[in-house]
Design a protein around this ligand. Sequence first.
Ligand code: SF4
Ligand code: SF4
Length: 452
Amino acid sequence: MGLSTESAVKKSTGFLTIPGMKFHRLRKAVQSICVVIFILLPLFKVIRFDLPHQRFFFFGAELWISEFSIIFFSLMFMMVWIASVAMVYGRVWCGYFCPQMIFSEAANLLQSNLHKFVNRKLYKVSKSLRNYLVILLFSLVLLPAAVFLSFIFISYFIDPIDLFHRLMQFDLRTAGGIMGASVTLVILLDFAFLRQKFCISICPYGYLQSMLADKHTLLVNYEDPDGECISCKNCMRTCPMGIDIRESNRQIECTHCGECIDACATVRGKMGKWSLINYTWGDTSKAVQNENAWFRRLGVRDGKRVAVLVLMLVYATALAIFISLRQPIFVQIMPDKSELYTIGKDGLIQNHFRMSIGNRSGRAATLQVRAAELQGVHIIGLDDNIQLAPGEEKKLVFDAVAAPETLQPGINHMSIVVDVTPKQKSIELKENFFAPFETPVKSSPDSGTNKK
Ligand code: SF4
Ligand code: SF4
């Protein structure tokens, strides 16, 4: 381009323009990284569900469905984060990061290249036959691509290894298999017929982004106060959404990809002039054109954005603390309510309990269960060392047993303590130990069961 870097910066002060930067190149680099992340992410426990095992992985933490409150606040955090990004950076997700957009553009490129290839090689064949051939070749690529993309997508909900086994068995009977077939069909239809039409007709996030935008949101802005546009329509031809940015800066179809900025810069650069289209912070870009503060250049341009930023930092910190304070081993104990107590043949009083234990960590653990706070009570029916593999859950039953003379009639307060190796804070649960209500309690070898 004939425009010097200095004059480009001067002309674009207040705009998010990077002198010499081609937004197309930037987009393709970002999109390539996104594809790699999209494919690899399910292999790691960063963000994904495991529906069959009712787990949610969130930045390394394995959240169980029983921890619904943490899952809820984690999902809420993601939603607030997505909404905040949309408010500050507009539709940058659509233009740069969204897999739907990335693969739609890839499908367009593939189809266009196939047309060129077939027309070049088979120019003597009739046009309709060439078109059929393109459709056939395109389908041959699209079918395995749809299966692959479906596999990656469902891996965010089902363990990829488990899913791979289902795929190898052509499983169409289980929920996972049916889900795989359905998603493959949807992806096939999407990239065969819809592509970018999906963004403007079906995707709710596009509408949400438009609703969240305000006067400071990042925008692709066409501005031609001096009537310099030569109507070459290069911007329009380049636009992946097929729109003319000159009609309005706030068209619902515009994904803020910036391709039209490059297109106009290419044409006008030959005349030594800057693009008529630029990224701006909303329609008020002129009002802030002398603003040089780095935080305003990053989009923190008003009190609302500062408040959102503070909210996000507080939310993220609280969530991180909350998750880090979770005990990797969880224990739930429920008294068996079908009978308050029984008296064994040996005259000892027994209270029955049910226990659920689970290991939410990535390491095997050993548990020891003991009674505390009530003299003479001991636990029977459990192994001395209960082994729990990573991710394992167990449901057990046990009895707390005591000699009658050590007990008060009726309710006795006690604790059940679970010691865990590797070391974590012992889990102590307050329970009641029921003894017969009449006093004094006598040991009787012939005693049976006492119901409530
Ligand atoms: S108008 Fe420009 S920024 Fe908007 S979608 Fe088209 S090329 Fe991208
Ligand atoms: S590329 Fe620039 S000069 Fe050409 S039509 Fe678009 S806005 Fe006008």
